[in-house]
Design a protein around this ligand. Structure first.
Ligand SMILES: [Zn+2]
Length: 229
């Protein structure tokens, strides 16, 4: 069950005090999507993962604190222009603004994640163009992060698996297949990840750009009755 709280928060950039919605607790009623997006109930709290100051536009998971480097960036005309970016739908913009800030302070791996969260917001609002753009930005930032020595997941196999899904959902099927095949050459691939990668090859072949869940891959447990339809 999800519990939301409303707390009065002071913006670390401009000092404005306003009520913000915070996720106090939530749960997941099933396995995640291939791109790690959690199942409900946590899935439904996405909008509240990033707070946005309506006065200065500062966006972060907690706007009560700010990296010293972020403050002049938020105040810059470039950020303020990006904040009204018509290329990103308004209800997803807080994620894109957070990504923008992270990129500027060279936290590329986290910036990529913020773009993936932007894509999820676009998915929920049936905005495929916005979602495609956001996923392409996630890939760009993760690549940039890797060149700077920043990992975006704990293990290399997890990174390949995630990139495969993000590329497939972007419609870049050649690159998705390449990432998937490279992943399958790695040693000691955990069973569920290998199942997912093999499923990805089929989805790529079918030019499928839809979201898929790890629930599709669950193997029947011993003693569990299996029905064919
Ligand atoms: Zn502010």
């Amino acid at each position: 069950m999800t519990r939301l709280d409303h707390d009065s928060c002071v913006c670390a950039v401009c000092g404005e005090v306003r009520l913000h919605t915070l996720v106090s607790s939530s749960n997941q009623l099933g396995p995640p999507d291939f791109d790690t997006r959690p199942a409900e109930m946590l899935r439904g709290t996405l909008l509240f993962w990033v707070m946005e100051c309506l006065s200065c536009g500062y966006a972060a998971p907690g706007i009560q604190a700010a990296d010293a480097r972020a403050i002049p960036i938020v105040r810059s005309p470039e950020y303020q222009h990006f904040r009204s970016n018509p290329g990103v739908r308004e209800d997803a913009r807080r994620f894109a603004c957070y990504a923008f800030l992270l990129e500027k302070i060279e936290q590329f791996a986290d910036a990529g994640w913020a773009w993936l969260h932007t894509a999820w917001m676009c998915d929920d609002r049936d905005d495929p163009d916005g979602a495609r753009h956001a996923r392409a930005e996630a890939i760009r930032l993760w690549k940039r992060g890797k060149s700077a020595g920043q990992s975006f997941m704990e293990k290399q196999i997890e990174e390949f698996a995630l990139v495969t899904d993000v590329l497939r959902r972007t419609g870049d099927f050649d690159a998705a297949r390449e990432a998937c095949l490279e992943a399958l050459t790695l040693d000691k691939i955990p069973g569920p990840v290998e199942d997912m990668l093999r499923r990805q090859l089929t989805l790529i072949q079918q030019k499928d750009t839809a979201a898929h869940s790890m629930a599709e891959l669950e193997r029947p447990q011993e003693g569990k009755r299996v029905t064919l339809n």
